[in-house]
Design a protein. Structure first.
Lengths: 171, 242
């Protein structure tokens, strides 16, 4: 029995020292619990189309806003399989999407700034829902504005681009 | 002495509970997504090609109720392309605010002979992008890079910082790192050493398995491990991986 008590004591002393040492770590700068991510390099199939289109459309629209990077925006759309005669029409819709999305961001940030100042948490879910609706509307507008073959090519391209994305799981 | 086997599990449980409580004090949950687009276009001279990397990050942070309006966040974005790194510090914003930031960098190169027209041409090899988020409350707290997770067994030499307390079977000694300049600060940085006997020497060696997830943070997370009281006269090498 004494032998068993000694074994138990040694075992828990080891556990205690491990835990105490872990607790005794110097404070780190990483002070947050970090959200979950879907890494598109490993699991592109897990990235929802809605999120991938959001990233793709916003990136292309941002590039199209600046004259110096407009050729890059056009090259991305051509690489995506949009017909050359449909590139300008596509950019018009993407710029409209970005303008509305930026307005939604500004509205959300006004609310978040006020809430942070008051020590009140801001629920991002309504903003995320509004963003997803806007993405869906823009996709519908694209589908009714350019040829079906271009839409199909674009969809295939966005699927391949998922491998270059990391998407936060929004809970 | 008979109660010791019962007391030790209880002490261990209390220690675990303390650790959980301190973790719960974290006040931020990140929801950031990113997208790295690489595009090749014909340069103005019609011979060279321009490789462009556009890195976009979008998302926000959910914060707890103890935040105040004086705290701000800001991000530093970096693109590496053609051996050159472009870094941009973005404007600060409220902790909960939504950000949509983009950093674009380009390089002109002659296409490699083996290029088949795809965006994977070697002229763009080695491209990389990262984002680091900073906060006035606590420094660096968010990082995206292209590395996988890392694992190591960290060894740290420590020096006694106070008289040991406790006993008769659990002695707790405050310690600080006793590493060489090259290995300071160590990856595993204990501030207490726990021994089952009264430590008669001034130095300790601690060994711990450590892991880090560069996609989240470059900080090593160490479980802690056994501590050995040792004789030293000069600082020793500790594990350190920047």
């Amino acid at each position: 029995m004494r032998r068993l008590a000694k074994i138990v004591s040694v075992f828990f002393l080891l556990l205690l020292s491990i835990t105490c040492l872990a607790n005794g770590q110097a404070p780190t700068h990483n002070m947050s619990s970090t959200g979950l991510y879907i890494d598109g390099r490993k699991h592109p199939e897990l990235i929802p189309d809605m999120r991938a289109y959001h990233l793709f459309m916003y990136l292309v629209a941002t590039a199209a806003e600046d004259a110096s990077s407009l050729p890059v925006a056009k090259a991305i759309l051509l690489n995506a399989g949009i017909s050359p005669d449909e590139v300008d029409a596509t950019l018009v819709l993407l710029l409209k999407f970005k303008k509305q999305h930026d307005a939604d961001i500004a509205e959300f940030n006004r609310l978040a700034t006020d809430n942070d100042a008051a020590g009140v948490p801001t629920d991002p879910h309504p903003f995320w829902a509004k963003r997803d609706v806007l993405v869906a509307q823009t996709r519908n507008l694209l589908a009714s504005s350019i040829r079906a073959n271009s839409i199909l090519n674009l969809h295939r391209f966005v699927q391949t681009e998922k491998a270059k994305m990391r998407v936060a799981v929004e809970q | 002495m008979k109660r010791l086997p019962l007391m030790l599990p209880l002490m261990f449980l209390l220690t675990l509970l303390t650790q959980r409580a301190s973790e719960a004090q974290g006040c931020f949950t990140n929801h950031y997504s990113d997208y790295l687009n690489t595009t090749i276009t014909l340069a103005a001279d019609g011979v060279r090609y321009t490789g462009t990397v556009i890195h976009q990050v979008t998302g926000n942070t959910t914060v707890c109720q103890t935040m105040t309006g004086s705290i701000v966040h800001w991000e530093v974005m970096s693109n590496t392309l053609g051996g050159q790194t472009l870094q941009s510090t973005k404007p600060s914003h409220c902790p909960s605010c939504q950000i949509n930031d983009i950093l674009s960098s380009s390089v002109d190169r002659y296409p490699s002979p083996s290029w088949d027209g795809s965006p994977d041409d070697p002229v763009l090899s080695g491209n990389d992008a990262s984002i680091d988020m900073y906060c006035t409350l606590g420094g660096h707290f968010y990082d995206i890079t292209d590395s996988a997770f890392d694992f190591e067994i960290a060894g740290t030499l420590s020096i006694k910082a106070s008289t040991p307390t406790g006993g008769p079977n659990v002695w707790v000694t405050a310690v600080s790192a006793f590493c060489t300049t090259e290995t300071s600060p160590p990856d595993f940085n204990p501030n207490t050493a726990v021994t089952a006997y009264f430590p008669t020497l001034s130095y300790f060696v601690g060994i711990s398995p450590c892991i880090r997830f560069p996609l989240i943070s470059r900080t090593w997370i160490c479980s802690g491990g056994p501590t050995l009281n040792v004789s030293r006269s000069a600082p020793g090498q500790c594990t350190h991986n920047p």
